[in-house]
Design a binder for this molecule. Structure first.
Ligand SMILES: Cc1ncc(COP(=O)(O)O)c(C=O)c1O
Length: 377
């Protein structure tokens, strides 16, 4: 039995955000709306679908909204996350992690049975064969997307001839239907130091996709879904004729990583922040706040950045503390005051929250259960 604590009380609708116990991870709903609208307009301009990655929020209500706003459904990295989404009414899911053994193949078929459209990625005979066997047992075919390695060197078959050969192998499976290609491109963003390098990297992705689609068509396949375009690269990839769907994740919230890599994103576009309280001013220069890696996660190293002021710097962290350099402060930073920071990496931050509070005009408007948090299987 869990005994509810004072600080576990669900925020009340209408409650001022400044009265939430800290650390409090909150979403600015106006910013969230703007971020979704930006991608809706991008998709409409270029006539592409948006297959949003749910790892960025893990909240079914947001996934259902993304499914309503865009064609393209949602993308889940983990099968258990996909099951949570399906149980909460999401019915168009692309699983982007091959499933190769039981009992997970049975779980995959369960998700496929309960969605209107379901597909999963594969990239080699070793993950195609068990999926074929599962589809045969299910007595209904399963749609698959061939994952390409666009240079990240994670999973995926090399574009071009290797992809054509794998496509033929899939086409030979009686119970699998090859419906498209996935070319994940995040390495372009991290690898580029200048705008010109970034654009050249995106252009190379486009050319590799075109080349691969041509090769597959020559081999008799017709990939109708061609998916590429994460948050930073989406504006470029959406404009390419070959791309039918972009697959951004963190665009709903944005985070410090998007600020560092995004080309047009500012702090004002970051919806997911952590509200902290100053616990101590051990020295003139230092404030200690109540947020560390147990609250926001520091997956890829960047530290939180302040949302509304530029005179403080979050410069170090431990599991429960944030170290803030206030030597240049213009406004006061007293013990008991609150500081708000953009979270470094939204994938990690949401995974640590039981609930996330949505705020508009300084007051609570939504309280979401992060239903897929910790669903890593
Ligand atoms: C296959 C795939 N697509 C899309 C994304 C989303 O990337 P971003 O959150 O940067 O938009 C990821 C992130 O890891 C991914 O693995």
């Amino acid at each position: 039995m869990t005994v509810p604590l004072f600080t576990d009380r669900t925020p009340e609708i209408g409650q001022p955000v400044d009265s939430l116990p800290t650390p409090a991870v909150v979403v600015d709903l106006d910013v969230l709306d703007r971020n979704i609208e930006r991608f809706r307009s991008l998709a409409e301009t270029h006539n592409v679908d948006v297959c949003s990655h749910t790892k960025a929020h893990k909240i079914p209500a947001i996934a259902r909204r993304q499914q309503r706003e865009f064609g393209g459904g949602v993308m889940c990295q983990k099968l258990s996350e996909a099951e949570v989404m399906a149980r909460h009414g999401v019915d168009d899911i692309l699983l982007v992690c091959p499933v190769v053994n039981e009992p997970k193949l049975e779980q995959l078929c369960w998700v496929a049975d309960r969605t209107d459209r379901f597909a999963t990625t594969v990239d080699c005979p070793g993950n195609v064969e068990p999926l074929q066997a599962a589809a045969r047992r299910r007595d209904e075919s399963i749609d698959v997307i061939l994952e390409l390695d666009m240079g990240l060197e994670r999973m995926g078959v090399r574009p071009g001839e290797d992809a054509r050969e794998m496509a033929s192998f899939i086409e030979a499976q009686p119970d699998l239907e090859l419906v498209g290609l996935l070319g994940h491109d995040s390495h372009v963003t991290y690898g580029a130091e200048t705008e010109a390098e970034f654009e050249a990297g995106c252009q190379e992705i486009v050319e590799q996709l075109e080349h691969t689609v041509d090769a597959l068509r020559d081999g008799g396949s017709d990939p109708t879904r061609v998916i590429s375009g994460s948050t930073a690269t989406a504006p470029y990839l959406a404009a390419a004729d070959v791309v039918t769907e972009i697959d951004p994740g963190r665009y709903v919230f944005n985070d410090v990583e998007t600020l560092e890599n995004g080309h047009t994103i500012s702090v004002a576009d970051c919806a997911l922040t952590v509200h902290t309280t100053v616990l101590s001013r051990p020295t003139e220069d230092r404030a200690i706040v109540d947020t560390g890696s147990k609250t926001v996660s520091f997956l890829n190293e960047p530290l939180p950045v302040p949302k509304h002021r530029e005179d403080v710097i979050f410069y170090n962290k431990s599991s429960e503390h944030g170290y803030v350099d206030v030597s240049e402060h213009d406004e006061s930073v007293e013990v008991g005051e609150r500081l708000e920071f953009v979270v470094p990496n939204c994938y990690g931050a949401v995974n640590l929250q039981e609930t996330i509070t949505g705020v508009r005009d300084g007051r609570v408007e939504e309280v979401w259960h992060v239903a897929a948090r910790g669903r890593d299987k």
